[in-house]
Design a protein around this ligand. Structure first.
Ligand code: AMP
Length: 545
C-alpha cells in the first residue's frame, strides 16, 4: 500500500482532508457523500453509533438534543460538550468522531491507511486548545505529527503555488465560527508569522443568526404569529438562513419559505438588505484587521497582498469592504480547501524531516524529534517511504522554513511595592525562529528565610510588560523549594521555554544554592493522559457513519 501523510482542516463548521499525491499535487479527498468538505456536526444516534456530517446536520432538526455543532468553540475550555445517554461527552471526544469520519472516508476512497496527520487550528489557539486538538487526534487513533495554525497552512499552500520575491501578506480567514487575521512575510525559502489576531466568536454563524432574526421578524409581520418559535422551527430557520446567505453570494435576491405553528410565509431577502443587517459584524472583522496591520507596521511591514480563506469570505461584502478600506483587491485562495492542502504539504515536510533526524541516541534507542520534543519511537514506523518525494512537489524539493510567532503572552506573578502584578516574559507575536523561544529573568525573594517560591504562570493576550492579576488567566504554578536561610532579595532565575505547539516549560533556579524546579505548564482545561487513553479505547467501539 502506498504511504501517504495527510493534512486535516478541523473546522468549526466544516472539515476537510487532503494529501500530496504521487504527482506532487496537494489534493482534497472527498467524503463518502461525494463532497469535498464535511459539516463538523455530530449526532449521537445510538449508544454505539455516531453520525457525522451532512446527515447529522439534517438530524439536528429532528434530534436537536443529541446533535452537537460548533464543538471547536469549546476546545480547551469546557469539560463537556454534550450529554448523551447520561454520559458527558468532552469536546475532544466529539471532535475525534469528526476526525474519524473524514479519515475513514478518505481511507476507503483512496485505499490507503490514514494515520500520520497534521491538524490545523486557528492562530489564536493557546496551549489548552492546541493540546485539546492534538488529543482529539489521538482519541481518533491518529498519529498527530504536528498542530499548525490555519493561516500558516494557507500561506504554505499559497507560497508553494509559485516562486516569488519576499512579500508581506495578510490572511483574512473568516470561517463558520471564527475570524482570524494573520500577517506573514513569505518568500520561497521561508514563511514567517509577523502577527496574528482574531475573534473566536465571530463567524458565518453570526451572519446566519442575523438572517434568522430578520426572517423571524418578517414571519411575524406577515402572519401575525405571536408565540415562541419551538426548537424544530428554529433549527429549520437556521438551515434556511444559512442557505439564503450562501445563495446571496451569487444572487441579488432570494426567496425563503418558512413554516411554523401551521403558518406559512414567503420572505424575500435582497443582498442589500443582507449587507445592511450584517454590517456591524463585518465592521468587527475590519477593526481587528486594522489592529493587526498597525502591529505589523510597528515592526516595519507593509501589506503587499491580501489572501482570503474560509467559506464566509465568499460573501461579496468581504471583498467590497477590503477594497474600499485598503485599496487592494484580495486574492481568493480556494476558501474551502487551502488550509487542508497547506497542512498536507506541511505533513510531508514534517514526515521527511523526521525521517532524516531518525538516529539512535547514546543508549542505542531510536528517537525522533517532533515539534521540539524528542521521543522514543519504533524505528520501523518511520521506515516507510512516502509515495511522493518532496522533489516532485511544486516547490521543487525546497523545504520552506516555517517561522511561527507566539500566539499568547506568558507572564509570571511578581511582587511590587503595593501588591502583585503579572510580568510578561514572553509576549504575543514574538518570532520563534528556531521553533521555540526561551526567556530568562532574574527576580529576588520577597522575605528573608522564605521556605519556597511560588512561580505562578499566566497565559493571556495582554502585550504590555505588566498587567493586573486575573486568577482566570493562571496557567499553572511551579513551587521552588528553598533552603530556608536565604536573605530577602536572594536571586531567583526564572526561565520560560515555549515550543511551537504552545507547550510551556517553566524552570526556576535559586542562584545561591542552585536548587531547581522544572514544570511543564498545562492549562486547567487539558485532559489527563489516562483519560485520553480511555477515550481512545472507547472511541474504537463506536461506529462512525
Ligand atoms: P469554513 O469554516 O471555512 O468551512 O466556513 C464555513 C462558513 O462559510 C459557513 O458559515 C458557511 O455558511 C459559509 N459559506 C460557505 N459557502 C458560502 C457562500 N457561498 N457564501 C457565503 N458563505 C458561505
Amino acid at each position: 500500500m502506498a504511504k501517504y501523510v495527510f493534512g486535516i482542516d478541523l473546522g468549526t463548521t466544516y472539515s476537510c482532508i487532503a494529501y500530496v499525491d504521487e504527482t506532487g499535487r496537494a489534493t482534497v479527498v472527498n467524503n463518502s457523500e461525494g463532497t469535498n468538505t464535511t459539516p463538523s456536526v455530530v449526532n449521537f444516534a445510538s449508544p454505539n453509533q455516531v453520525v457525522v456530517g451532512q446527515v447529522a446536520k439534517e438530524n439536528a432538526v429532528i434530534d436537536p438534543n443529541n446533535t452537537i455543532s460548533l464543538v471547536k468553540t469549546l476546545m480547551g475550555k469546557s469539560d463537556f460538550a454534550t450529554n448523551y445517554n447520561g454520559e458527558d461527552k468532552s469536546p475532544e471526544e466529539v471532535s475525534a468522531y469528526i476526525l474519524r469520519k473524514v479519515t475513514e472516508d478518505a481511507s476507503k476512497l483512496i485505499d490507503a491507511e490514514v494515520k500520520d496527520v497534521v491538524i490545523t487550528c486557528p492562530a489564536y489557539f493557546g496551549t489548552a486548545e492546541r493540546t485539546a486538538t492534538k488529543n482529539a487526534g489521538i482519541i481518533a487513533g491518529l498519529n498527530v505529527l504536528e498542530i499548525i495554525s490555519e493561516p500558516t497552512a494557507a500561506a504554505l499552500y499559497y507560497g508553494c503555488a509559485k516562486e516569488q520575491d519576499e512579500k508581506t501578506i495578510l490572511v483574512f480567514d473568516l470561517g463558520g465560527g471564527t475570524f482570524d487575521v494573520t500577517i506573514m512575510s513569505i518568500s520561497s525559502e521561508k514563511i514567517e508569522v509577523v502577527c496574528s489576531d482574531g475573534n473566536h466568536e465571530l463567524g458565518g454563524k453570526d451572519w446566519d443568526e442575523a438572517v434568522m432574526r430578520y426572517l423571524a421578524e418578517e414571519f411575524i409581520a406577515q402572519t401575525g404569529f405571536d408565540g415562541e418559535f419551538d426548537e424544530y422551527a428554529q433549527q429549520d430557520m437556521r438551515l434556511k438562513a444559512e442557505k439564503a446567505k450562501q445563495q446571496l453570494s451569487s444572487r441579488e435576491e432570494v426567496p425563503v419559505m418558512l413554516d411554523a405553528a401551521g403558518l406559512r410565509a414567503r420572505i424575500s431577502l435582497s443582498r442589500d438588505k443582507f449587507d445592511e443587517i450584517t454590517s456591524t459584524l463585518l465592521g468587527e472583522a475590519i477593526d481587528k484587521t486594522d489592529a493587526a496591520i498597525a502591529v505589523a507596521k510597528d515592526k516595519g511591514y507593509a501589506i503587499d497582498e491580501i489572501l482570503l480563506v474560509g467559506g464566509s469570505t465568499r460573501m461579496p461584502q468581504v471583498t467590497e469592504a477590503l477594497v474600499s478600506r485598503y485599496g487592494m483587491e484580495p486574492k481568493i485562495l480556494e476558501p474551502d480547501e487551502a488550509v487542508a492542502k497547506g497542512a498536507a504539504i506541511h505533513a510531508v515536510n514534517v514526515y521527511v524531516n523526521n525521517q532524516k533526524s531518525l538516529e539512535p541516541d547514546a543508549a542505542g534507542e531510536t528517537t525522533v524529534t517532533v515539534g521540539g520534543t524528542t521521543k522514543e519511537i519504533n524505528a520501523d514506523d518511520y521506515k516507510e517511504e512516502l509515495a511522493v518525494q518532496p522533489e516532485m512537489m511544486s516547490i521543487g524539493g525546497k523545504t520552506q522554513k516555517v517561522v511561527v510567532a507566539t500566539t499568547k503572552s506568558f507572564a509570571v506573578e511578581v511582587s511590587v511595592n503595593n501588591g502583585s502584578v503579572c510580568h510578561n516574559m514572553i509576549i504575543k507575536n514574538q518570532a520563534m525562529p528556531d521553533g521555540s523561544i526561551s526567556v530568562s529573568e532574574e527576580f529576588g525573594t520577597k522575605d528573608a528565610n522564605q521556605e519556597n517560591v511560588e512561580i505562578v504562570v499566566y497565559e493571556s493576550d495582554f502585550m504590555d510588560e505588566n498587567f493586573d492579576i486575573d486568577p482566570d488567566l493562571v496557567l499553572g504554578t511551579a513551587t521552588l523549594e528553598l533552603s530556608g536561610d536565604l536573605p530577602a532579595r536572594a536571586p531567583i532565575e526564572v526561565t520560560f521555554t515555549l515550543n511551537t505547539e504552545g507547550i510551556l516549560e517553566v524552570s526556576g533556579v535559586d542562584k545561591t544554592t542552585n536548587r531547581e524546579v522544572h514544570a511543564t505548564m498545562q492549562s486547567k482545561g487539558i485532559m489527563a493522559v489516562e483519560k485520553v487513553d480511555e477515550l481512545k479505547e472507547k472511541s474504537k467501539k463506536m461506529v462512525v457513519m
